[in-house]
Structure formats: C-alpha cells, structure tokens
Ligand binder design. Structure first.
Ligand code: SF4
Length: 167
C-alpha cells in the first residue's frame, strides 16, 4: 500500500504545524507583547520561547525577510516586531512558512502511483486551503490583544501567559 495518508502541514505527521512555523508564531507573539523600552536579543527571545538559539536565529532570519521582524544592530539594537508584522495575517504567515506542498506527501520519494487520478489529493488540498483561510482574518495583533475581554476572563497579563510556558 503506497499511501499511509499521514495528513501533515510541512514535515510532521498529524494535523499540526511544523516546528519552524510554531516558533515563528511564538516569536511574533512574544515580541508583540515586549516592552519597547527593553532590548530583546535573539538569545533572550530564544529563552523566552523555550527553544534553541540556533533554531530561533533561523526563524528570525526568515521573519526578517518577510518584514515581520526587524533586527536592529548596534547600541540599543535588538529584535522588534514591525508594524507590518503586528498586522500580518496568521493564515498568510502560515502559507509562507508551511509552503503549498501536498499534506499527504503524494510526491515524496517514491511518489504515490495514484497521484495523477487521486480525488483524495484534491480534497486534502481544499481542506488545507480552508485551514489557512480560517486563519486569514486573524493577525498577530489579535493574538495578544485582550482589550475586548472582561478582565475576569482575560486570565491575567498576556506577557506572563506567554513566558510561563510549561516545560
Ligand atoms: S495521491 Fe492520493 S493516495 Fe496518493 S499519497 Fe496523495 S492523497 Fe494519498
């Protein structure tokens, strides 16, 4: 049987994001709630999102290419979330980072012999696009903005919730 139908986004099995995309979202949210008066180095951000420095540096580089994050050099430098990054659509960011490949690995080596006629492939593509489309209206700003929630429902400052991750 050539196909195990492991539905995936990126390279991991199951309906879940790649680690790269998850880290990108963690970094964007962490910077979105950062005190602008403080300097946030890549190493500090790596610690804040509980990820290895080298991984975070690669993700920051990609986020910089997309204009989501700016790495300011020199005295007073550090990582900042740009205004473009603050308003960046989560769906659009995921499309950029996850790519448009088949979620079931139809063209992997060896390629699936059913791929030329497979209706499941088309259905999975549509489901993938629906997943992204549901996240298109959501921005990074939305993920950290709790101004519309009553205080008793907000669960406390977002900054604390983002930094106190269970290990
Ligand atoms: S072509 Fe169809 S059967 Fe083959 S891997 Fe893709 S979804 Fe699965």
């Amino acid at each position: 049987m050539p196909c195990t139908h492991r539905v995936r986004l990126g390279t991991v099995s199951g309906v879940r994001l790649t680690r790269f995309t998850d880290l990108a979202l963690r970094i964007a949210m962490r910077l979105a709630v950062a005190d602008p008066a403080e300097i946030h180095t890549t190493r500090q951000v790596a610690e804040a999102v509980n990820a290895p420095y080298t991984h975070v540096a690669k993700v920051v580089s990609r986020l910089s290419e997309l204009g989501v994050v700016e790495a300011r050099r020199g005295r007073g430098g550090g990582l900042v979330l740009t205004e473009r990054g603050r308003d960046f659509s989560i769906g659009a960011l995921m499309r950029e980072l996850e790519g448009s490949g088949d979620v079931a690995g139809c063209d992997d080596a060896p390629p699936c012999p059913l791929r030329a006629i497979c209706r499941l492939r088309k259905a999975l593509r549509e489901a993938q696009e629906a997943f992204y489309a549901a996240l298109d209206p959501v921005t990074v700003r939305d993920l950290v903005d709790r101004s519309n929630e009553p205080l008793e429902q907000s669960g406390g400052p977002v900054l604390i919730q983002l930094t106190d991750r269970p290990s």
